[in-house]
Design a protein around this ligand. Structure first.
Ligand code: MN
Length: 512
């Protein structure tokens, strides 16, 4: 193999910090299993001390996911390191990732520490982690805005203390490629023990340079890249895994560096993450966007028909886009359904498989052709939500609307197991439904976003509704799918309300 870059996936940690992207434990385990199939080297499964949910996600992924190193984030605090280890100890290959800032801006205003104090703390925490395991990563947060001499000193000290990976974050997405590449060279030239650790980078996309900066770092000696599926993450997001991987693969002629990623799993993973988080991929997104392989120009189409390489630098099959998207119909059996689910990244228990298959049969009666997107919507709607306790449950919904009537919704629901019925008006059927449900559930939340997507083509397509609700500092995403978009809307709203209830309770149990 040519020179090799480790892929450190942080979709479940930094990616989850995308506003509204929070995932439940079951969803995280499903994504982690898919990341293992994709062939990532390291999965950052969460930040164990941040909440009981994160702790449990790290613990379960440590026990249930085979292949990659499993990592937990920990601040440079004793209790964080201890908690990370407690969550990780079932993993065959555990890693603790600890961090403290090294920039004067952060040390002065946020950490209220001197440079010496921060360095001392970093060394102590790396030692603490090494007391538990051999694989310890340290990040000097805001490295790209830190004084380089001090940065070199800290890196040297943590490597002496036992850090095996040093990760250089461009925390605020401020660096430009030439500068960031030079920073990596500076570290190699000025940190005497640097050959004892792997240099990693973690770039944010505030100026749209996360991938370019990561690549500049790799070209100058970094051998681990931290990235996320679809580039999701805090603010403008992180470096996108699929872009990094396909750049290295497509231009190996000049880069001579590769990853261990199974590129055919890129597209299924992208779809899985966007379906679970509700964060859609922009159509013109490199590699995984809907239009990434769509050629519109007549001249290009002509060339492609004669010879694919005229306008195609990558083959869609190489990232796992199937040639035919039509998969199933009314006559498809349980076995075919199960096989297709597996190909899409879902391995369900028998009980969940039965539930999903029943729903599939109902849908197959309503629409002729069932596409992958329909199957994903069924799993999202039927299975992934079971873990959130359902305080509110939709029973029946009837709507009157049209050009000559006042839109009216009659809603029947179970609230804490009790059957309730209510009717209300609105300026449209969705408004009438939402107002009625809000009245019944006494919801105080604000609707930040409402969007409806036809999951596939055709007027018989399922509508998938995504809503974003806010109450105090909680933002949640709700989703619902149905061939009737008003029913899908009600389901999405109720799903979000259930998540809000769950979040409010979880907050009370939070450790920090
Ligand atoms: Mn980050």
């Amino acid at each position: 193999m040519t020179d090799y870059v480790r892929i450190f996936d942080t979709t479940l940690r930094d990616g989850e910090q995308s506003p509204g992207a929070s995932m439940n434990i079951e969803e995280k385990v499903i994504i982690a299993k898919q990341l293992a199939r994709l062939g990532v080297d390291i999965i950052e499964a969460g930040f164990a001390i941040s909440s009981p949910g994160d702790f449990e996600a790290v613990r379960r992924i440590s026990h249930e996911v085979e292949g990659p190193i499993v990592c937990s984030l920990a601040r440079a605090k004793l209790e964080d390191i201890d908690k990370a280890w407690e969550a990780l100890k079932g993993a065959p290959k555990p890693r603790i990732h600890t961090f403290i800032s090294t920039s004067d801006i952060h040390l002065k205003h946020q950490f209220r520490m001197t440079r010496e104090e921060a360095k001392k703390r970093a060394v102590e925490m790396v030692k603490r982690a090494r007391g538990y395991l051999d694989d310890v990563e340290f990040s000097p947060m805001d490295a790209s805005r830190s004084d380089v001499k001090y940065l070199y000193e800290v890196i040297e000290a943590v490597i002496d203390a036992g850090a095996t990976t040093v990760n250089i974050p461009d925390t605020v997405g401020y660096a430009i490629p030439s500068e960031f590449g030079a920073l990596i060279i500076g570290i190699k030239d000025n940190v005497s023990n640097i050959n004892k650790a792997v240099i990693s980078v973690h770039c944010h996309n505030d100026l749209g340079l996360a991938v370019a900066n990561s690549l500049a770092a790799v070209m100058n000696g970094a051998r681990q890249v931290e990235c996320t599926i679809n580039g999701i993450g805090e603010r403008a997001g992180n470096a996108s895994l699929e872009e990094i991987v396909m750049i290295l693969r497509t231009r190996k002629d000049i880069l001579h560096i590769d990853t261990k990623i199974v590129s055919e799993q890129i597209y299924p993973t992208s779809r899985l993450v966007s379906s679970i988080t509700g964060i859609m991929v922009q159509p013109n997104k490199a590699i995984v966007g809907d239009n990434a392989f769509a050629h519109e120009s007549g001249i290009h189409q002509d060339g492609l028909l004669k010879e694919k390489t005229t306008y195609e630098i990558m083959r869609p099959e190489s990232i796992g886009i199937a040639q035919s998207t039509l998969v199933m119909g009314k006559h498809s059996g349980r076995h075919a359904f199960k096989t297709r689910l597996k190909e899409l990244g879902y391995e369900l228990s028998d009980e969940n498989l039965n539930k999903a298959f029943e729903r599939f049969k109902v849908l197959a009666d309503q629409k002729k052709e069932i596409f992958d997107e329909d199957i994903e919507a069924i799993v999202a709607d039927e299975i992934l939500r079971i873990e959130i306790p359902e305080r509110f449950k939709l029973d029946k919904l009837n709507i009157v609307s049209g050009t000559d009537s006042t839109p009216t919704a009659t809603v029947e629901m179970y609230i804490d197991g009790k059957h309730v019925k209510e009717a209300g008006f609105g300026d449209g059927p969705v408004d009438a439904t939402y107002k009625t449900i809000a009245k019944m559930t006494k919801a105080k939340s604000k609707l930040l976003r409402y969007s409806v997507n036809a999951i596939t083509g055709g007027t018989d397509a399922q509508g998938e509704v995504t809503v974003r609700l806010q109450e105090d500092d909680h933002v949640v995403l709700g989703q619902g799918a149905h061939t009737d978009i008003i029913v899908a809307s009600a389901k999405a709203y109720i799903n979000a309300l259930n998540k809000l209830e769950y979040k409010k309770r979880e907050k009370k149990e939070r450790v920090i």
